[in-house]
Design a protein. Structure first.
Length: 202
């Protein structure tokens, strides 16, 4: 890849993907958890990371709030900022997956088009992208309200809050669909590990 007008050129690594996979004993991939605030993305991600780590698999969480403290601290919650948030994160996930890490991304990522773009960025690099719909009804998510955000949103203190005053577009064909109103955290984690094993990612 090169761009004459910008004078930039893509530099290739001297370490092949196969060499990395063979050294690590597994593939890199992005596990993309999407769902409402309070649906359980972070809780599932933390348990999943622990389980994978105990299996000797190199895994790392990228979490929505954490990224907004640093890389994306210049972005808000308007539709265009959310899109840019997800675009940057998708590129970071691709780098992690290319480095042969199992990257666990937990972002509300409410728009189908943004998640499709995240998938496309991975697919064009020959990397696995596993979309996980962390599904709970708005009622269940709101009753959990782990950060008190729903209460603030209902009081009008947070504008453009997903599920209340901003849309959430459900995944059309996610690789994994978890109903967290029904599944215990460890059952959700088992579902993901089973899928990764079946697809020979780990
Ligand atoms: P998100 O990252 O999607 O905003 P969090 O993981 O921060 O959601 O919050 C989900 C809350 O719901 C946590 O307090 C978690 O302990 C609780 N919870 C209760 N039951 C479940 C379940 N079955 N799966 C996931 N989380 C659950």
């Amino acid at each position: 890849m090169s761009s004459n007008d910008k004078n930039i050129t893509w530099h290739h690594s001297g370490v092949s993907r196969e060499a990395r996979q063979s050294a690590f004993g597994h593939k890199g991939a992005t596990i993309w958890l999407t769902g409402l605030s309070g649906s359980g993305k972070s809780t599932i991600a933390v348990e999943l990371e622990k389980v994978l780590f105990q299996k000797g698999i190199k895994a790392y969480i990228l979490d929505g709030d954490n990224i907004r403290f640093g890389l994306n601290k210049d972005l808000g919650f308007s539709a265009s900022d959310r899109t840019e948030n997800i675009r940057r994160i998708s590129e970071v996930c691709r780098l992690f997956a290319d480095a042969n890490i199992v990257c666990i991304a937990c972002f509300i990522s409410p728009y189908v088009a943004d998640r499709d773009q995240a998938r496309a960025i991975h697919v064009e690099s020959g990397l696995d992208f596993v979309e996980v719909f962390v599904d709970s009804s708005i009622e269940v998510a709101e009753s959990r309200d782990p950060k008190g955000l729903y209460q603030k949103a209902r009081q009008g203190l947070i504008k453009e809050f997903t599920g209340i005053s901003a849309p959430y577009e459900e995944p059309v064909k996610p690789e994994i669909h978890l109903d967290t109103g029904d599944l215990a955290v460890n059952e959700s984690v088992d579902n993901i590990v089973e899928y990764l094993t079946l697809k020979k990612i780990i």
